[in-house]
Design a protein around this ligand. Sequence first.
Ligand SMILES: [Zn+2]
Length: 170
Amino acid sequence: MPEKCVFCDIVNKKIKAFVVYEDLNSIAFLDIAPRSAGMTIIAPKQHYIEFDENLESSTTVFQAAQIVGKMIKKALNPLTVDFSIIPSQEVPHFHIRVYPVYEKEIPLVENQPMQTTEQELNDVANKIKAVHVEMPKKEVPMPEVKDEKSTGPSRSKEDVYWIKRESEVT
Ligand SMILES: [Zn+2]
């Protein structure tokens, strides 16, 4: 752990944050200077900077970000949610941002952070926390690869012979 890292302090509960989601590996908390209501940061509990310093952890952080994205969609009803993984000079601790996008609140970099109060942040956090999201635990099936034995249109022996011949020639 570096000398001073705000996200590590949040993980270790040394400083207060509006936590909306937490699991073994990750923690998600509201950005206190959001560009749209409900803008959330998801970080691994372990301190590292680059995504590929711990790919397994970064994968779980993204899973957590997807859960948070779904929670935000249900709780705050934005048009959509955007994700970003952009390293921060200020806080060199890997994180993913989830930005709810509303009709009038588009989270552009050039936009000034919204004026918000602790009470508002607390209300938004409570709304998000109240949502329960189930994520599929199954592995995602890969697109089916057709092989000769598949039940698709069957090839005659002759066709197969010529396919074989061709691959022998090439
Ligand atoms: Zn840290």
